[in-house]
Design a protein around this ligand. Sequence first.
Ligand SMILES: Nc1ncnc2c1ncn2[C@@H]1O[C@H](COP(=O)(O)OP(=O)(O)O)[C@@H](O)[C@H]1O
Ligand SMILES: [Mg+2]
Length: 392
Amino acid sequence: MRLVLYTGKGGVGKTTTAAATAVCAARRGRRTLVASADAAHSLGDVFERRLGPAPVTLASGLDAVEIDARVEVRRYWGRIESFLVEFFRHQGIEPVVAEELALLPGAEEVTALLAVEEFAVSGGYDLIVLDCAPTDATLRLVTLPDVAQKSLRVLLPLVRMLAGVTAPIARRLVEVPLPDARVFGDVDELVNRQLRPLAERLTDRQTSVRLVVTPERMVIDESRRAWTELALFDVGCDAIVLNRVLPPEAGREDFFRDWMRVQEDRRREVEALFAPHPVLCAPMRSDEVTGLERLATHGEALFAGVEPEAVLSTAPRVVFRRDGDAYLAVVPLPGADPAQLEVAKVEDELTITTGLRRRSLKLPRRMASLVLEAARLDGTSLKVRLRRAGTT
Ligand SMILES: Nc1ncnc2c1ncn2[C@@H]1O[C@H](COP(=O)(O)OP(=O)(O)O)[C@@H](O)[C@H]1O
Ligand SMILES: [Mg+2]
């Protein structure tokens, strides 16, 4: 099963591109589901149909859904959340703040993804196209399975210990609210049966993110940041979609001729910045792109000559290898800003921070006891050298 996620700055054409991709793939015989995970749904508007949380068939081989993340949060997170609220409140935290804390950041996004996972394992689709929220929320979406897995893994033994065989005594001694047994079951279920497969799905080679940009500097900059952070979490990007490119006929007007020159510069910039990913261009239309026919035309122009569901390029992965007496970890970090980069080794993990986002990489066992010697950006990868303590 192939999963393609579209993200980018607000208004650049994510929903339009996702819908056009799905229409084209379905017309080529792929059983396709297009799903909206953006709380501000507009997939229904693009198809000119009312959509909801259950798939609606729009054409042969083409289904669409709008996932209601809030309902999903209650479904997947409900009992854990009520326990956490109780727990935080007991620590003297204001109820309103406790509720905020219990809503792990990104919980809405990740639960939308859990709903997608259900469709993925159902076996009913060859391709799922996900129309994501703007970049920040999408980054939370792809990074949360990893982060949530870690925090819940810490929480679980702690809660277990408190509620151990001595529960009645412990209850009196520590006077903390103890969750009932179902909460353990829920946390276990969430971590082991849901978040783990989700993290695996996101880093699978059959999953790709496509960044949608317009030929504008601010839009391109935001996507570059997203690109680095996706690489940090080992989520592959396979193509860039450059939307709203002025068509040749616009050059008949002086006003647009200048714009076309600027756009041409931006296009070359995008190609250079995101190499080796292909840049697919979609023209600016004279009207909004809605309805199956217009979406199909738009998709054909975008995917001229390539299969919409193909893996259009592959990103390099994290590599660990021996380097003389030392070891090397090579982490692809395209577009990373050296000034924003921090690398540290904490126990058996390598912690890489780019700007606000941090990823911990578990080191292979034979590298776990080494010490950090040097880290440097080399082209599009970060090279970290580790050596045995006491050697130089
Ligand atoms: N290539 C295009 N030409 C003309 N209008 C477009 C194009 N791409 C998107 N639009 C229009 O721009 C608006 C925003 O597009 P949308 O796909 O909803 O963006 P996003 O999902 O990124 O917020 C919509 O009205 C859409 O019809
Ligand atoms: Mg949208």
